[in-house]
Write a protein that binds this ligand. Structure first.
Ligand SMILES: *[C@@H]1O[C@H](CO)[C@@H](O)[C@H](O)[C@H]1NC(C)=O
Ligand SMILES: *[C@@H]1O[C@H](CO)[C@@H](O)[C@H](O)[C@H]1NC(C)=O
Ligand SMILES: *[C@@H]1O[C@H](CO)[C@@H](O)[C@H](O)[C@H]1NC(C)=O
Ligand SMILES: *[C@@H]1O[C@H](CO)[C@@H](O)[C@H](O)[C@H]1NC(C)=O
Ligand SMILES: *[C@@H]1O[C@H](CO)[C@@H](O)[C@H](O)[C@H]1NC(C)=O
Ligand SMILES: *[C@@H]1O[C@H](CO)[C@@H](O)[C@H](O)[C@H]1NC(C)=O
Ligand SMILES: *[C@@H]1O[C@H](CO)[C@@H](O)[C@H](O)[C@H]1NC(C)=O
Length: 581
């Protein structure tokens, strides 16, 4: 993840925070007023915006997930963490462990800034379980000269189930930013290692090389001494560095995960994920073992058309093979979309999205994702409805669940698809623009239909997650939007209308599914069985003032849609980092 230079703003924001405290002092911390110009808008510092079952530490800034792994009975989640405040800076590796990916125990920092090769920051990296079971983490350090170098840590006592202490080996950095075309401030975020047929370990490192974005390839016999391979794993002329590359193998149509260092079965594909333009994009292709390069199935010159892990607020993701359940799991970072001064006032910033199982669809063309099954242990008080008909303009209120902490699954079935509007491929270049123009109040042939969540009584505040069905030449294209533009009356928020398209075989599939996890300021949605995922952050005033919010299913398309099945659960609070051991 990119180093940010926000130091200039910090002292100013501190002053602002001090000033703001004049306005907040006489309160119980819940109903307080920060914006004198709009007295109805209560303070952002309300605890009600903190999530109840997403990953976050008790306070301070977090960004990228680091080194996720399953080892010896525990899941480990490390994360970029500022122990000193709620803006980016002083980055060390926070560390938590879990047996179920839902409840987390917070441990002391695993990697701190205490050697010349990481004194200016312990940045993103990955864990690898070597042959024989030895664990190793490789991460980027910002050294005394603020160059980006790659360092190694090993567990001090590998029998300690929590792996609390990590030690730096003597010869850090193990990789320096040297060699033709390398820029020492654009060289970071090493991947998990994998072993090749020659028995050598490989890692990829994100870099900018002579103006190209690249995942550089390094080889090693012992994970300590590394040499750069003379060609990158993959590179592309995108004029923007690729952060946080991730490289893994998948089998088309098979939900099982693959360990990249085990024998890769016939028919497997490889995925290269990279973080750029504030989103996580990926390519599907093959790993050519002879040439030692990644070869994408299709090369799209225009990177606006690249597939995305998530079409909302989701960045710097990292995946790992979960040997306990034989699946691949991906974690991503979701930032706040209030202002930096709001984050200083709140004292916390950043969450991780729900860990998702990730696999390749049967057509081999795109990844699918679904919240890990363990999250369902938080379900309580199921409500369900069958056979609802939604005519144009209908709004069906979903009652009986905690609308601030909920898991909603709804299937939509079309009664007719002969008045679908035509698809225009140019929309693919800017799906957010299309979601703004064709929003939930613009009637279409088939759609918009979907959910309204976190709505105030009078609908002044509401967030929609919805679909539209378009007819392309030989197929249907489904647009999924998550529109935040009316999510809050609070000023100064970033409230886009996120959107993504997916192909759909309406004749074969009939139903379009939507699952939305609502967790106070997080709305995380999975459309078409996980074909388009959209993570979003919202801060409705109603959530603080009324302590409640409403939820609806709706249809604003000319065609009636049927809801054969709607199920919703309240979500109980998880134990996330509340206890420090
Ligand atoms: C936190 O800030 C203090 C004062 O600026 C500094 O001395 C200390 O090193 C910082 N701690 C970390 C872990 O960055
Ligand atoms: C390593 O951890 C194990 C399990 O907690 C413990 O029994 C052992 O004493 C530890 N060894 C050292 C050298 O601390
Ligand atoms: C290296 O990258 C930094 C940060 O993007 C940039 O400011 C600098 O100009 C680059 N240096 C060279 C030699 O390209
Ligand atoms: C899916 O892949 C796993 C791991 O390679 C394999 O054991 C399993 O048989 C496959 N399942 C199907 C349905 O092909
Ligand atoms: C974080 O939030 C801001 C909105 O304040 C957004 O513009 C930015 O790109 C986001 N994502 C990342 C990865 O920083
Ligand atoms: C449209 O679909 C409906 C329901 O399937 C059908 O009754 C009607 O005849 C169709 N209209 C046309 C023009 O195809
Ligand atoms: C449906 O459309 C009407 C009329 O344009 C609009 O007032 C209403 O807000 C829309 N419903 C939703 C959920 O956006």
């Amino acid at each position: 993840m990119a180093p940010m230079s926000q130091a200039w703003a910090f002292s100013f924001l501190l002053l602002l925070a001090l000033f703001s405290s004049f306005l907040i002092c006489s309160s119980n911390g819940e109903r307080v007023f920060l914006y004198p110009q709009s007295p109805k808008v209560s303070s952002i510092v309300s605890k009600r915006y903190r999530t109840a079952y997403h990953f976050q530490p008790p306070k301070n800034w977090i960004n990228d997930p680091n080194g996720p792994m399953y080892y010896n009975g525990f899941y480990h989640e490390f994360y970029q963490y500022n122990p000193n405040g709620s803006l980016w800076g002083n980055i060390v590796w926070g560390h938590s462990v879990s047996t179920d990916l839902v409840n987390w125990i917070r441990l002391e920092a695993a990697i701190e800034r205490d050697t010349p090769s990481d004194i200016n920051g312990c940045w993103t990296g990955s864990a690898t379980i070597l042959t024989g079971g030895q664990l190793v983490i490789i991460y980027t350090g910002a050294d005394t000269e603020k160059r980006q170098v790659q360092n190694i840590v090993l567990p001090k006592n590998q029998s300690d189930p929590y792996l609390r202490e990590w030690i730096k080996v003597g010869d850090n950095p193990v990789i320096e930013p040297v060699g033709p075309g390398l820029n020492s401030s654009q060289f970071r975020d090493p991947t998990t290692g994998w072993i090749g047929p020659d028995g050598l370990w490989r890692i990829a490192v994100g870099a900018e090389l002579n103006g190209y974005s690249a995942a550089l390839l390094y080889k090693s016999k012992d994970f300590l001494t590394w040499t750069r391979v003379d060609h990158p794993l993959y590179s592309s002329k995108t004029f923007s560095m690729w952060e946080c590359p991730d490289f893994f193998a998948v089998l088309p149509g098979n939900k099982s995960g693959l360990d990249l260092s085990a024998a890769i079965p016939n028919g497997a594909k490889h995925v290269l994920k990279m973080s750029l333009d504030s989103c996580d994009k990926y390519m599907i292709g093959v790993y050519d073992l002879k040439l030692d390069t990644f070869v994408p199935d299709t090369v799209l010159e225009d990177r606006r058309l690249w597939l995305r892990i998530d079409y909302g607020n989701y960045y710097a993701s990292k995946s790992f093979f979960d040997s306990k359940k034989g699946r691949r799991i991906i974690w991503g970072w979701t930032n706040e979309t209030d202002s930096s001064s709001d984050d200083v006032a709140k004292g916390w910033a950043g969450i991780h999205a729900i860990p998702r199982t990730i696999w390749l669809g049967g057509d081999g063309k795109q990844l699918l994702q679904w919240p890990v099954q363990e999250i369902e242990s938080l379900h309580t008080g199921e409500i369900s409805h069958q056979g609802i008909e939604l005519k144009k303009g209908d709004l069906f209120e979903i009652k009986g669940t905690d609308t601030l902490q909920a898991d909603v699954e709804i299937d939509f079935e079309l009664t007719s698809n002969n008045n679908t509007d035509p698809f225009d491929p140019s929309w693919l270049l800017d799906t957010e623009k299309h979601c703004r123009e064709a929003d939930a109040s613009v009637h279409g042939g088939v759609g918009p239909f979907g959910l309204v969540v976190l709505a105030s009584d009078n609908m002044e505040e509401h967030t929609t997650v919805h679909f539209r069905v378009y007819k392309s030449q030989h197929k249907y294209m489904i647009l999924m939007c998550s529109d935040l533009r009316r999510s809050s009356l609070r000023p100064g928020l970033y409230t886009p209308a996120y959107g993504g398209f997916f192909e759909f075989d309406l004749e074969k599939e009939k139903k379009i599914s939507l699952r939305t996890l609502i967790d106070r300021s997080a709305v995380e949605s999975f459309g078409g069985g996980g074909r388009v995922c959209i993570m979003a952050r919202v801060y409705p005033v109603a959530l603080v003032d009324d302590g409640g919010a409403r939820m609806y299913a709706f249809n604003n398309g000319s065609s009636t849609v049927r809801v054969p099945q709607l199920r919703a659960w309240s979500m109980t609070r998880a134990q996330v980092n509340v206890n420090k051991v």
